[in-house]
Design a protein around this ligand. Structure first.
Ligand SMILES: [Zn+2]
Length: 460
Protein backbone atom coordinates (compact mmCIF):
# COMPACT_ATOMS: atom_id res chain seq x y z
CA UNK A 1 0.00 0.00 0.00
CA UNK A 2 2.97 2.30 0.64
CA UNK A 3 3.89 2.16 -3.01
CA UNK A 4 0.83 4.19 -4.01
CA UNK A 5 1.39 7.89 -4.67
CA UNK A 6 -1.93 9.16 -3.32
CA UNK A 7 -1.48 12.73 -4.44
CA UNK A 8 -0.94 11.57 -8.06
CA UNK A 9 -3.87 9.11 -7.85
CA UNK A 10 -5.98 11.84 -6.28
CA UNK A 11 -5.22 14.22 -9.17
CA UNK A 12 -6.25 11.55 -11.68
CA UNK A 13 -9.51 11.00 -9.79
CA UNK A 14 -10.25 14.74 -9.59
CA UNK A 15 -9.57 15.16 -13.33
CA UNK A 16 -11.93 12.31 -14.15
CA UNK A 17 -14.62 13.78 -11.88
CA UNK A 18 -14.26 17.22 -13.51
CA UNK A 19 -14.61 15.67 -16.97
CA UNK A 20 -17.73 13.79 -15.88
CA UNK A 21 -19.31 16.95 -14.40
CA UNK A 22 -18.71 18.74 -17.72
CA UNK A 23 -20.88 16.14 -19.46
CA UNK A 24 -24.45 17.17 -18.56
CA UNK A 25 -26.28 13.89 -18.03
CA UNK A 26 -29.49 15.56 -16.84
CA UNK A 27 -32.26 13.06 -16.21
CA UNK A 28 -35.70 14.73 -16.31
CA UNK A 29 -37.47 11.41 -16.57
CA UNK A 30 -39.18 12.33 -19.86
CA UNK A 31 -37.69 9.35 -21.72
CA UNK A 32 -37.37 11.70 -24.75
CA UNK A 33 -34.37 11.53 -27.03
CA UNK A 34 -31.61 13.56 -25.38
CA UNK A 35 -32.93 13.08 -21.85
CA UNK A 36 -30.23 11.64 -19.58
CA UNK A 37 -27.88 10.96 -22.47
CA UNK A 38 -25.35 9.14 -20.28
CA UNK A 39 -23.46 7.80 -23.32
CA UNK A 40 -20.58 10.35 -23.41
CA UNK A 41 -20.07 9.99 -19.64
CA UNK A 42 -20.11 6.19 -19.96
CA UNK A 43 -17.53 6.44 -22.73
CA UNK A 44 -15.30 8.67 -20.60
CA UNK A 45 -15.44 6.06 -17.80
CA UNK A 46 -14.77 3.26 -20.32
CA UNK A 47 -11.77 5.15 -21.69
CA UNK A 48 -10.33 5.45 -18.16
CA UNK A 49 -10.78 1.71 -17.62
CA UNK A 50 -9.25 0.76 -20.99
CA UNK A 51 -6.19 2.88 -20.25
CA UNK A 52 -5.79 0.75 -17.11
CA UNK A 53 -5.93 -2.47 -19.14
CA UNK A 54 -9.55 -3.32 -18.24
CA UNK A 55 -12.01 -4.11 -21.04
CA UNK A 56 -15.43 -2.67 -20.13
CA UNK A 57 -18.79 -3.70 -21.61
CA UNK A 58 -21.48 -1.20 -22.56
CA UNK A 59 -25.19 -2.00 -22.26
CA UNK A 60 -28.20 0.05 -23.37
CA UNK A 61 -31.89 -0.58 -22.93
CA UNK A 62 -32.62 2.70 -24.69
CA UNK A 63 -30.37 4.54 -27.14
CA UNK A 64 -27.71 6.66 -25.41
CA UNK A 65 -28.86 5.59 -21.93
CA UNK A 66 -25.58 3.75 -21.50
CA UNK A 67 -24.39 1.54 -18.64
CA UNK A 68 -20.74 0.48 -18.27
CA UNK A 69 -19.78 -2.74 -16.53
CA UNK A 70 -16.20 -3.88 -15.95
CA UNK A 71 -14.54 -6.62 -13.99
CA UNK A 72 -11.08 -7.22 -12.54
CA UNK A 73 -10.69 -10.92 -11.95
CA UNK A 74 -9.56 -12.15 -8.56
CA UNK A 75 -8.55 -15.67 -7.59
CA UNK A 76 -12.23 -16.67 -7.53
CA UNK A 77 -11.89 -18.04 -4.02
CA UNK A 78 -14.92 -15.98 -2.90
CA UNK A 79 -17.92 -14.45 -4.73
CA UNK A 80 -17.58 -10.98 -6.32
CA UNK A 81 -17.79 -7.52 -4.77
CA UNK A 82 -19.59 -4.86 -6.82
CA UNK A 83 -18.96 -1.09 -6.85
CA UNK A 84 -21.87 0.93 -8.23
CA UNK A 85 -22.37 4.58 -9.17
CA UNK A 86 -25.01 6.29 -11.28
CA UNK A 87 -23.93 8.65 -14.06
CA UNK A 88 -27.13 10.68 -14.41
CA UNK A 89 -27.84 13.84 -12.42
CA UNK A 90 -30.82 16.02 -11.55
CA UNK A 91 -31.35 19.46 -13.12
CA UNK A 92 -29.47 22.56 -11.99
CA UNK A 93 -30.69 26.15 -12.28
CA UNK A 94 -27.44 27.94 -13.22
CA UNK A 95 -28.84 31.34 -12.17
CA UNK A 96 -28.91 30.14 -8.54
CA UNK A 97 -25.34 28.82 -8.52
CA UNK A 98 -22.12 30.67 -7.65
CA UNK A 99 -20.24 28.74 -10.36
CA UNK A 100 -21.27 26.96 -13.55
CA UNK A 101 -23.01 23.72 -12.47
CA UNK A 102 -21.55 21.96 -15.52
CA UNK A 103 -18.12 23.59 -15.46
CA UNK A 104 -16.29 21.23 -13.11
CA UNK A 105 -14.40 24.25 -11.77
CA UNK A 106 -12.22 24.24 -8.67
CA UNK A 107 -12.75 27.09 -6.17
CA UNK A 108 -11.97 27.34 -2.45
CA UNK A 109 -10.72 23.75 -2.33
CA UNK A 110 -13.88 22.24 -3.81
CA UNK A 111 -14.78 20.73 -7.18
CA UNK A 112 -18.06 22.43 -8.08
CA UNK A 113 -20.84 21.01 -10.18
CA UNK A 114 -23.96 18.91 -10.46
CA UNK A 115 -22.99 15.35 -9.63
CA UNK A 116 -20.01 16.30 -7.44
CA UNK A 117 -21.47 14.21 -4.63
CA UNK A 118 -24.56 12.70 -6.31
CA UNK A 119 -22.68 10.77 -7.48
CA UNK A 120 -20.08 11.24 -10.17
CA UNK A 121 -17.48 11.35 -7.39
CA UNK A 122 -18.19 7.66 -6.70
CA UNK A 123 -17.96 6.87 -10.42
CA UNK A 124 -14.54 8.55 -10.53
CA UNK A 125 -13.32 6.93 -7.30
CA UNK A 126 -14.52 3.47 -8.37
CA UNK A 127 -12.88 3.74 -11.81
CA UNK A 128 -9.60 4.72 -10.09
CA UNK A 129 -9.87 1.87 -7.56
CA UNK A 130 -10.46 -0.54 -10.47
CA UNK A 131 -7.28 0.74 -12.15
CA UNK A 132 -5.26 0.31 -8.93
CA UNK A 133 -6.62 -3.19 -8.32
CA UNK A 134 -5.86 -4.18 -11.94
CA UNK A 135 -2.29 -2.96 -11.46
CA UNK A 136 -1.98 -4.94 -8.21
CA UNK A 137 -3.27 -8.05 -10.03
CA UNK A 138 -0.67 -7.66 -12.78
CA UNK A 139 1.98 -7.47 -10.05
CA UNK A 140 0.73 -10.79 -8.67
CA UNK A 141 -1.44 -9.39 -5.83
CA UNK A 142 -4.84 -10.72 -6.88
CA UNK A 143 -7.92 -10.16 -4.73
CA UNK A 144 -9.85 -13.16 -3.40
CA UNK A 145 -12.96 -11.86 -5.21
CA UNK A 146 -13.69 -10.46 -8.65
CA UNK A 147 -14.16 -6.71 -8.35
CA UNK A 148 -17.02 -5.53 -10.58
CA UNK A 149 -17.79 -1.90 -11.32
CA UNK A 150 -21.11 -0.73 -12.76
CA UNK A 151 -21.56 2.91 -13.80
CA UNK A 152 -25.25 3.11 -14.54
CA UNK A 153 -27.87 5.32 -16.19
CA UNK A 154 -31.25 6.50 -15.00
CA UNK A 155 -31.07 6.30 -11.22
CA UNK A 156 -32.73 9.69 -10.78
CA UNK A 157 -35.90 8.53 -12.54
CA UNK A 158 -36.30 5.12 -10.98
CA UNK A 159 -33.42 2.95 -12.35
CA UNK A 160 -35.40 1.26 -15.15
CA UNK A 161 -32.81 1.91 -17.87
CA UNK A 162 -29.90 1.39 -15.49
CA UNK A 163 -29.44 -0.91 -12.52
CA UNK A 164 -32.88 -2.55 -12.82
CA UNK A 165 -32.17 -3.33 -16.49
CA UNK A 166 -28.75 -4.79 -15.59
CA UNK A 167 -30.12 -6.85 -12.70
CA UNK A 168 -33.05 -8.16 -14.77
CA UNK A 169 -31.41 -8.68 -18.16
CA UNK A 170 -27.66 -8.99 -17.52
CA UNK A 171 -27.64 -10.52 -14.08
CA UNK A 172 -24.48 -12.56 -14.68
CA UNK A 173 -22.52 -9.38 -15.34
CA UNK A 174 -23.39 -7.77 -12.00
CA UNK A 175 -24.17 -10.65 -9.65
CA UNK A 176 -22.17 -10.21 -6.44
CA UNK A 177 -22.31 -11.15 -2.79
CA UNK A 178 -21.89 -7.51 -1.72
CA UNK A 179 -22.35 -4.09 -3.29
CA UNK A 180 -20.92 -0.72 -2.27
CA UNK A 181 -22.69 2.36 -3.64
CA UNK A 182 -24.94 5.21 -2.59
CA UNK A 183 -25.34 6.64 0.19
CA UNK A 184 -22.85 6.57 3.01
CA UNK A 185 -19.42 7.05 4.56
CA UNK A 186 -19.65 10.84 4.24
CA UNK A 187 -18.66 12.69 7.37
CA UNK A 188 -21.68 14.01 9.24
CA UNK A 189 -20.92 16.68 11.82
CA UNK A 190 -23.51 16.77 14.55
CA UNK A 191 -23.27 18.28 18.02
CA UNK A 192 -19.51 18.74 17.64
CA UNK A 193 -18.86 15.06 16.80
CA UNK A 194 -18.08 13.32 13.53
CA UNK A 195 -20.17 10.38 12.36
CA UNK A 196 -19.97 8.25 9.23
CA UNK A 197 -23.41 6.85 8.39
CA UNK A 198 -23.18 3.70 6.26
CA UNK A 199 -26.44 2.91 4.50
CA UNK A 200 -27.71 -0.60 5.22
CA UNK A 201 -31.41 0.08 4.61
CA UNK A 202 -33.64 2.20 2.45
CA UNK A 203 -37.33 2.89 2.40
CA UNK A 204 -39.75 1.49 -0.14
CA UNK A 205 -41.74 3.56 -2.58
CA UNK A 206 -45.51 3.61 -2.73
CA UNK A 207 -46.81 6.34 -5.02
CA UNK A 208 -50.55 6.72 -4.62
CA UNK A 209 -53.31 8.73 -6.29
CA UNK A 210 -56.13 9.67 -3.91
CA UNK A 211 -59.35 10.71 -5.64
CA UNK A 212 -62.42 12.38 -4.14
CA UNK A 213 -65.71 12.34 -5.97
CA UNK A 214 -68.88 14.33 -5.37
CA UNK A 215 -71.70 15.83 -7.40
CA UNK A 216 -70.61 18.36 -10.01
CA UNK A 217 -72.43 21.69 -10.15
CA UNK A 218 -72.53 25.33 -11.22
CA UNK A 219 -69.87 27.61 -9.78
CA UNK A 220 -72.48 30.24 -8.95
CA UNK A 221 -73.86 27.97 -6.16
CA UNK A 222 -71.00 26.88 -3.83
CA UNK A 223 -71.06 23.35 -2.43
CA UNK A 224 -69.26 22.94 0.92
CA UNK A 225 -68.97 19.21 0.22
CA UNK A 226 -67.60 19.39 -3.35
CA UNK A 227 -64.75 17.14 -4.49
CA UNK A 228 -62.32 20.10 -4.47
CA UNK A 229 -63.23 21.18 -0.94
CA UNK A 230 -63.00 17.59 0.34
CA UNK A 231 -59.60 17.19 -1.32
CA UNK A 232 -58.33 20.46 0.13
CA UNK A 233 -59.39 19.40 3.65
CA UNK A 234 -57.72 16.02 3.19
CA UNK A 235 -54.42 17.55 2.04
CA UNK A 236 -54.45 19.99 4.91
CA UNK A 237 -55.09 17.14 7.39
CA UNK A 238 -52.27 15.09 5.87
CA UNK A 239 -49.91 18.06 6.08
CA UNK A 240 -50.55 18.47 9.81
CA UNK A 241 -50.34 14.82 10.82
CA UNK A 242 -47.49 12.44 11.35
CA UNK A 243 -48.06 8.83 10.38
CA UNK A 244 -47.49 6.37 13.27
CA UNK A 245 -43.93 5.83 14.50
CA UNK A 246 -42.26 2.47 13.82
CA UNK A 247 -38.59 2.65 14.90
CA UNK A 248 -36.78 -0.19 13.08
CA UNK A 249 -33.75 -2.00 14.48
CA UNK A 250 -31.37 -0.12 12.14
CA UNK A 251 -32.81 3.29 13.04
CA UNK A 252 -32.67 2.45 16.74
CA UNK A 253 -29.01 1.42 16.34
CA UNK A 254 -28.29 4.67 14.46
CA UNK A 255 -30.00 6.95 16.96
CA UNK A 256 -28.51 5.18 19.99
CA UNK A 257 -25.11 5.33 18.29
CA UNK A 258 -25.44 9.11 17.89
CA UNK A 259 -26.74 9.47 21.44
CA UNK A 260 -23.82 7.55 22.93
CA UNK A 261 -21.41 10.30 21.86
CA UNK A 262 -23.45 13.21 23.22
CA UNK A 263 -23.68 14.99 26.57
CA UNK A 264 -26.34 13.59 28.90
CA UNK A 265 -29.28 15.95 28.31
CA UNK A 266 -29.11 15.60 24.51
CA UNK A 267 -28.49 11.87 24.88
CA UNK A 268 -31.75 11.42 26.78
CA UNK A 269 -33.75 13.43 24.24
CA UNK A 270 -32.34 11.53 21.28
CA UNK A 271 -32.80 8.08 22.84
CA UNK A 272 -36.51 8.74 23.47
CA UNK A 273 -37.02 9.17 19.74
CA UNK A 274 -36.98 5.39 19.53
CA UNK A 275 -39.94 5.04 21.93
CA UNK A 276 -42.97 5.09 19.60
CA UNK A 277 -45.37 6.53 22.22
CA UNK A 278 -43.34 9.73 22.77
CA UNK A 279 -41.32 10.03 19.54
CA UNK A 280 -43.72 12.48 17.87
CA UNK A 281 -43.79 14.76 20.92
CA UNK A 282 -39.99 14.73 21.18
CA UNK A 283 -39.67 15.52 17.48
CA UNK A 284 -42.17 18.35 17.53
CA UNK A 285 -41.10 20.02 20.75
CA UNK A 286 -37.49 19.12 21.52
CA UNK A 287 -35.73 18.73 18.16
CA UNK A 288 -35.34 22.40 17.30
CA UNK A 289 -33.49 22.24 13.98
CA UNK A 290 -36.15 21.90 11.24
CA UNK A 291 -33.78 19.92 8.95
CA UNK A 292 -33.02 17.42 11.72
CA UNK A 293 -36.71 17.18 12.61
CA UNK A 294 -37.65 16.26 9.05
CA UNK A 295 -34.79 13.89 8.65
CA UNK A 296 -35.41 11.97 11.91
CA UNK A 297 -39.14 12.05 11.18
CA UNK A 298 -38.61 10.35 7.82
CA UNK A 299 -36.52 7.62 9.47
CA UNK A 300 -39.12 6.83 12.11
CA UNK A 301 -42.37 6.49 10.17
CA UNK A 302 -43.85 5.81 6.76
CA UNK A 303 -44.29 9.18 5.08
CA UNK A 304 -46.71 10.68 2.56
CA UNK A 305 -45.99 13.91 0.68
CA UNK A 306 -48.79 15.40 -1.45
CA UNK A 307 -47.15 16.54 -4.70
CA UNK A 308 -49.44 16.76 -7.75
CA UNK A 309 -52.97 18.15 -7.42
CA UNK A 310 -55.59 17.87 -10.18
CA UNK A 311 -59.15 19.23 -10.32
CA UNK A 312 -61.43 21.14 -12.64
CA UNK A 313 -60.82 22.84 -15.97
CA UNK A 314 -63.36 25.64 -16.12
CA UNK A 315 -63.79 28.46 -13.64
CA UNK A 316 -67.60 28.32 -13.47
CA UNK A 317 -67.90 24.52 -13.14
CA UNK A 318 -67.60 22.67 -9.81
CA UNK A 319 -65.84 19.49 -10.88
CA UNK A 320 -67.11 16.08 -9.80
CA UNK A 321 -63.65 14.76 -9.19
CA UNK A 322 -60.40 15.99 -7.56
CA UNK A 323 -57.24 14.05 -6.93
CA UNK A 324 -53.79 14.31 -5.40
CA UNK A 325 -50.72 12.23 -6.16
CA UNK A 326 -48.88 11.29 -2.99
CA UNK A 327 -45.24 10.31 -2.73
CA UNK A 328 -45.41 7.57 -0.13
CA UNK A 329 -42.31 5.97 1.43
CA UNK A 330 -42.48 2.82 3.50
CA UNK A 331 -40.19 1.56 6.22
CA UNK A 332 -38.61 -1.91 6.14
CA UNK A 333 -41.05 -4.30 7.80
CA UNK A 334 -44.12 -2.30 6.70
CA UNK A 335 -46.45 -3.78 4.10
CA UNK A 336 -48.13 -1.77 1.37
CA UNK A 337 -51.52 -2.61 2.89
CA UNK A 338 -50.48 -1.29 6.30
CA UNK A 339 -49.21 1.94 4.73
CA UNK A 340 -52.42 2.45 2.72
CA UNK A 341 -54.48 2.00 5.91
CA UNK A 342 -52.38 4.67 7.67
CA UNK A 343 -52.74 6.98 4.67
CA UNK A 344 -56.50 6.52 4.48
CA UNK A 345 -56.80 7.33 8.17
CA UNK A 346 -54.64 10.46 7.79
CA UNK A 347 -56.53 11.77 4.75
CA UNK A 348 -60.04 11.04 5.99
CA UNK A 349 -63.15 11.40 3.84
CA UNK A 350 -62.90 7.95 2.24
CA UNK A 351 -60.96 8.62 -0.98
CA UNK A 352 -60.37 6.07 -3.75
CA UNK A 353 -56.70 5.04 -3.46
CA UNK A 354 -54.84 3.81 -6.51
CA UNK A 355 -51.22 2.64 -6.27
CA UNK A 356 -49.23 4.17 -9.16
CA UNK A 357 -45.87 2.61 -8.43
CA UNK A 358 -44.53 0.43 -5.71
CA UNK A 359 -41.01 -0.73 -4.84
CA UNK A 360 -40.28 -2.67 -1.67
CA UNK A 361 -37.97 -1.36 1.08
CA UNK A 362 -34.50 -2.88 1.31
CA UNK A 363 -32.66 -3.80 4.47
CA UNK A 364 -29.33 -5.57 4.88
CA UNK A 365 -27.80 -6.83 8.09
CA UNK A 366 -25.00 -4.79 9.60
CA UNK A 367 -23.72 -7.98 11.28
CA UNK A 368 -21.47 -8.97 8.39
CA UNK A 369 -17.71 -9.22 7.93
CA UNK A 370 -17.93 -6.49 5.26
CA UNK A 371 -19.71 -4.01 7.54
CA UNK A 372 -17.10 -4.61 10.26
CA UNK A 373 -14.35 -4.09 7.70
CA UNK A 374 -15.87 -0.82 6.40
CA UNK A 375 -16.22 0.53 9.93
CA UNK A 376 -12.64 -0.45 10.76
CA UNK A 377 -11.21 1.19 7.61
CA UNK A 378 -13.14 4.43 8.26
CA UNK A 379 -11.86 4.55 11.85
CA UNK A 380 -8.32 3.83 10.70
CA UNK A 381 -8.53 6.86 8.40
CA UNK A 382 -10.39 9.13 10.83
CA UNK A 383 -9.82 8.01 14.43
CA UNK A 384 -12.29 10.68 15.66
CA UNK A 385 -15.09 9.37 13.43
CA UNK A 386 -17.94 7.07 14.46
CA UNK A 387 -19.29 4.76 11.72
CA UNK A 388 -22.98 3.86 12.17
CA UNK A 389 -25.52 1.78 10.22
CA UNK A 390 -28.12 4.02 8.64
CA UNK A 391 -31.48 4.02 6.86
CA UNK A 392 -32.12 6.48 4.04
CA UNK A 393 -35.60 7.77 3.30
CA UNK A 394 -34.99 7.84 -0.47
CA UNK A 395 -34.12 5.03 -2.83
CA UNK A 396 -30.99 4.01 -4.69
CA UNK A 397 -29.70 1.37 -7.09
CA UNK A 398 -29.53 -0.98 -4.07
CA UNK A 399 -33.18 -1.87 -4.86
CA UNK A 400 -32.05 -3.47 -8.12
CA UNK A 401 -29.12 -5.48 -6.79
CA UNK A 402 -31.05 -6.62 -3.72
CA UNK A 403 -33.24 -8.53 -6.24
CA UNK A 404 -30.20 -10.70 -6.97
CA UNK A 405 -29.67 -11.43 -3.28
CA UNK A 406 -26.79 -8.97 -2.98
CA UNK A 407 -26.11 -7.36 0.39
CA UNK A 408 -25.94 -3.63 -0.38
CA UNK A 409 -24.26 -0.89 1.61
CA UNK A 410 -23.99 2.84 1.00
CA UNK A 411 -20.28 3.53 0.95
CA UNK A 412 -19.05 6.42 -1.20
CA UNK A 413 -16.55 7.91 1.23
CA UNK A 414 -16.00 11.69 1.44
CA UNK A 415 -14.69 13.76 4.32
CA UNK A 416 -16.09 17.25 4.80
CA UNK A 417 -14.16 19.64 6.99
CA UNK A 418 -16.52 21.57 9.28
CA UNK A 419 -13.75 24.08 10.07
CA UNK A 420 -12.74 24.72 6.45
CA UNK A 421 -10.67 27.93 6.36
CA UNK A 422 -12.35 29.29 3.22
CA UNK A 423 -16.02 29.86 2.60
CA UNK A 424 -18.89 28.65 4.78
CA UNK A 425 -18.92 25.14 6.24
CA UNK A 426 -20.43 22.67 3.81
CA UNK A 427 -22.33 19.50 4.63
CA UNK A 428 -23.21 16.48 2.53
CA UNK A 429 -26.95 16.73 3.13
CA UNK A 430 -27.27 20.34 1.99
CA UNK A 431 -25.38 19.49 -1.23
CA UNK A 432 -27.78 16.74 -2.22
CA UNK A 433 -29.81 17.98 -5.21
CA UNK A 434 -29.10 21.50 -3.87
CA UNK A 435 -27.62 24.61 -5.43
CA UNK A 436 -23.80 24.89 -5.33
CA UNK A 437 -23.22 21.13 -5.09
CA UNK A 438 -19.53 20.58 -4.53
CA UNK A 439 -17.06 18.12 -3.09
CA UNK A 440 -13.89 18.97 -1.13
CA UNK A 441 -10.76 18.08 -3.13
CA UNK A 442 -8.89 16.78 -0.05
CA UNK A 443 -12.00 14.98 1.21
CA UNK A 444 -12.34 13.16 -2.09
CA UNK A 445 -8.70 12.07 -2.17
CA UNK A 446 -9.26 10.82 1.39
CA UNK A 447 -12.32 8.93 0.11
CA UNK A 448 -10.40 7.35 -2.76
CA UNK A 449 -7.88 5.95 -0.32
CA UNK A 450 -10.60 4.72 2.05
CA UNK A 451 -12.45 2.99 -0.79
CA UNK A 452 -9.27 1.32 -2.03
CA UNK A 453 -8.34 0.18 1.49
CA UNK A 454 -11.88 -1.11 2.10
CA UNK A 455 -11.80 -3.19 -1.10
CA UNK A 456 -8.30 -4.55 -0.62
CA UNK A 457 -8.69 -5.21 3.12
CA UNK A 458 -11.97 -7.07 2.61
CA UNK A 459 -10.90 -9.08 -0.44
CA UNK A 460 -7.59 -10.48 0.84
ZN1 LIG B 1 -27.83 9.69 -6.39
Amino acid sequence: MNAIDWSAEGRTCIDLLRDLIRIPTINRGTRDEGDGNERPAAERVAEHLRAAGIEPKLFEKQKNRTNVVARVRGTGEKPPLLLNAHLDVVEADASRWKHDPFGGEIHDGYVWGRGAIDMKHMAAMSACVMALVARDAREGKKLSRDLIFAAVADEESGCELGSLFLADEHADEVRAEYMLGEIGAFSLHLFGRTFYPIQVAEKGVCWVRATYEASPGHGSMPDPDSAVVRLAKAISRLGRRRLPMHPTAVVTQFIHGLARELPRPQQQVLKRLTTPQVAALILDYLVRDPGQRRSFGAMLSNTASPTVVRAGSKVNVIPGRASVDIDGRTLPGQSEGAFLAELREALGGDPRLEVLRSLPPVEASSQTPLFDCLAEVVKRNDPMGHPLPYLIPGFTDAKAYARLGTTCYGFAPVKFDPTAPTGEPVSFTQMYHGHDERVPVDGLVWGLRVLYEAVTTFCV
